[in-house]
Design a protein around this ligand. Sequence first.
Ligand SMILES: *Cc1c(COP(=O)(O)O)cnc(C)c1O
Length: 474
Amino acid sequence: MKTIFEKSNGVDGINLTDEKIDTSFLDSSLIRDEKIGLPQLGELDVMRHYKELSDRNFCIEKGFYPLGSCTMKYNPKVNEFLAGLENFANLHPLASDSDCQGALELMYKLQQALKVLTGMDAVTLQPSAGAHGELTGMMIIKKYFETKGDLRKKVIIPDSAHGTNPASAKMCGFDIVEIKSNEKGQVDIEALKAVLDKDVAAIMMTNPNTLGLFEENVLEISRLMHENGSLLYYDGANFNAIMGYTNPRLMGFDVVHLNLHKTMATPHGGGGPGAGPVCVTEDLKEFLPAPLIDFDGEKYFRNYNLKHSIGAVKAFYGNFGVLVKAYAYILMMGKNLKNASENAVLNANYLKEKLKKYYDLPYDEPCMHEFVLSGEKQKHENGVSTLNIAKALMDENTHPPTVYFPLIVHEAIMIEPTESETKEKMDEFVDIMIKIAKEAEVNPEKLISAPHTTPVKRVDETLAARHPDLKFQG
Ligand SMILES: *Cc1c(COP(=O)(O)O)cnc(C)c1O
């Protein structure tokens, strides 16, 4: 496909003005002598160009998208409509409290809903993504210990954790202590005890962990941590698995972030925008980024009165549009929010049972909302790697699952169907995965050279990440 620069044919799409623009007030050194070189095309051709480009995107509306850990569920369109309402979309962030009572009320009620769901006492809606929530949470934990005059340097992180966990703690100045999982894929209590000392500020965990397994010893872990004067951080990106059934507070956690863009059905392909609210216990409320949204019985207001606030972590109040969509989703689901988790778990277990005959399943346990297969068998017997399987799925109008994560599973294939898929769609996916497993045996070359039908074939992913070349050289 040609770039819009190559398609440029000199046709005037729009005419800004016929009159010459007065530039006499500008210093002559600032005025360009040559044409800027923008592409020129008729308006309809511009539309066609961008439509063609957008058709190349894969999205949840196009096909199955079982990207483990990312919760690519259906995002109801009514949420978009609500977020786009004029009085939300055109509201100025510097409007006074009395001029934006509706928006403040929405944020306040969202905070309340998240408190109920997490069991926590206070919420900030500021962070704009999961990793941003982690950083916020770790800053709160750091300041909490500083305020107590108890400077602790270490943060414990299980080897099954999401990569952002150690990155966030490290950015905050903590030293990372990694602990190995046991043979059941769970945090190893003995390994935890061995590293627990008075220099440990916190543990960062997600439950279910990234293998999709519920940490059976979570209460024992929180008891050990609290006895040591340490705090527990809950990475709530996997909240889709437990919503309404249990919560981080019941498990003994002190700080939790949620990924509203995953759990609460707001679109997040291509990197955003997202929202990663952080919820804390009463003891940590004073450390939250100001302002919180409060209610005095009559009106809603921005509360800056937080004694030990870590300061703002984002301009204004977070990604407000995402908050509107998440709140709409919560209201729409009501008491049925629980069913989302129930079906997410049911769907994952269904796929796991159907696929384990064809692919290795390193941890053969009942899973939560996702599970991790391994492509080891295909790699060793047929020379077909997990990467090849992922590429072959693209030829089947299916987004590949998350691959090579978590790191503790070789040739990992991490599958999360989410609750919004039907049994029929999952059966189709099972058939595709079986077809690929059989193909690996009889025609491995076809998989090794996949994808065959996408506009772009294999790219050098390392080079693309290290030296992105985004400029058109005409
Ligand atoms: C997605 C995810 C994150 C990071 O969230 P972002 O919004 O992408 O920053 C952290 N932890 C887990 C377990 C995740 O799945």
